[in-house]
Design a protein around this ligand. Structure first.
Ligand code: MG
Length: 391
């Protein structure tokens, strides 16, 4: 038996963070926790501190730091408590980390992920926005340092498993086929899209996920982000990446090879499978989660997405092909517009048009540096919030 793998999690109180800790609890002899970071769910972070006794934690807001320090002292623990971006980076780059799970929402994860790669730490990446906005910089740093980027996105974990047989050699790939459930509005009449409420958009038919990605799954922006993510992760051109709607979410993605053969990865839609894949990579180990009964599944359907109905999927593919600052601006605009939709400042259709118009009106850079991307991200988000308040 190996000594336990030492893991830190950025975003331990979110959907992926909680499920990662659930798996770690199921295999206490295999994994140990070094660091955790949380946003505003301090009650849950405190429970996690008691359960996992991390050496370090970090909270988003400075005013939560003292509360957590008092909690740690009360329980006679020795957990260091940090805050803000400094704390995120300190947890991310701890030399004890043997795997960093990046599960915070959005581009806040770019710098901590980049710094962890420079420190030589393998990454389990649940935050696709990091690759959408800064994929070029992240992947070239990872290649330079020989650091693996293991995707905790069910489609990309599926693609990675299908590509294992050809050692991820892009020359042998005809196309990557990313499947999409289609979200809650697959069969809804587009003329009723202006009436969609946050509650409607948060009812995903197949997957249980955090609110930002669930809204992205309703607009199909999520699938556009995933195409850009796949482009960077696997070095495959956009002409060789296809999206198919697959409402049953059993085939998590597939690869067509140049010889006309296809490999697909299948299983129940449960994020514990791709998370476990990354935690135990390259091994597979027995677990207690429900297993897939093929005979009980019924028909598996596949269809081409309607790009006129789901404008943000079409627009994301366009931005990916344009390259430069286009994906970073689109991603920042989408993050800001989704949060304004969730707090009912923007309607569903205003969300869509805000992303498209903001990105099209932006003065783009053809080769943004990492600092440019961080700056662009902040200014696009600020502009959208400012315009929304003025309206
Ligand atoms: Mg996915």
């Amino acid at each position: 038996m190996h000594p336990p793998k030492v893991i830190s999690i950025l975003g331990s109180t979110g959907s992926i963070g909680k499920q990662t800790l659930q798996i770690i609890s199921a295999f206490p002899e295999r994994f140990s926790i070094y660091g955790l970071t949380a946003g505003r769910n301090i009650d849950l972070l405190e429970q996690q501190i008691l359960a996992f006794a991390p050496k370090i934690v970090s909270v988003k807001e400075p005013h939560d730091q003292q509360r957590v320090m008092n909690f740690v002292a009360q329980h006679r623990l020795h957990t260091e408590v940090q805050t803000g971006e400094f704390g995120l980076i300190k947890v991310a780059t701890s030399p004890e980390n043997q795997l960093l799970v990046v599960a915070v929402v959005g581009t806040a994860a770019i710098m901590p992920t980049y710094q962890a790669i420079l420190a030589g730490i393998p990454i389990g990446l649940a935050c696709k926005e990091v690759l959408v906005s800064a994929g070029h910089h992240i992947m070239s740093a990872a290649r330079h340092k020989g650091v693996p980027i293991l995707p905790i996105d069910s489609e990309h974990a599926a693609l990675k498993q299908c590509l294992a047989g050809v050692h991820e050699n892009p020359k042998m790939v005809e196309k990557l086929i990313l499947t999409a459930s289609g979200g809650p509005f697959l069969n809804r009449d587009v003329t009723t899209f202006p009436n969609i409420t946050p509650a409607d958009a948060l009812k995903h038919p197949r997957w249980v996920m955090g609110p930002k990605i669930t809204v992205d799954s309703a607009t199909l922006m999520n699938k556009g982000l995933e195409v850009i993510e796949a482009h960077h992760l696997f070095g495959i051109g956009y002409d060789h990446i296809e999206v198919l709607i697959h409402p049953q979410s059993i085939v998590h993605s597939a690869v067509e090879f140049v010889d006309g053969t296809l490999l697909a990865q299948m299983g129940l839609p449960d994020m514990r499978f791709p998370i476990q894949y990354v935690l135990t990579y390259p091994e597979k180990i027995h677990n207690p989660w429900p297993k897939t009964n093929l005979a009980a599944l019924g028909p598996l359907e596949f269809q081409v997405p309607d790009l006129n109905k789901f404008e943000l999927l079409a627009f994301a593919l366009h931005c990916g092909r344009r390259g430069g600052s286009w994906p970073a601006v689109m991603n920042a605009a989408n993050e800001a517009a989704v949060s304004l939709f969730l707090n009912e400042t923007l309607s569903f259709t205003e969300l869509i048009h805000t992303v498209i118009n903001t990105t099209q009106d932006f003065a783009h850079l053809s080769a943004p540096t990492l600092q440019d991307i961080i700056h662009i991200d902040a200014s696009v988000k600020e502009k959208i919030r400012h315009d929304a308040i003025r309206v």
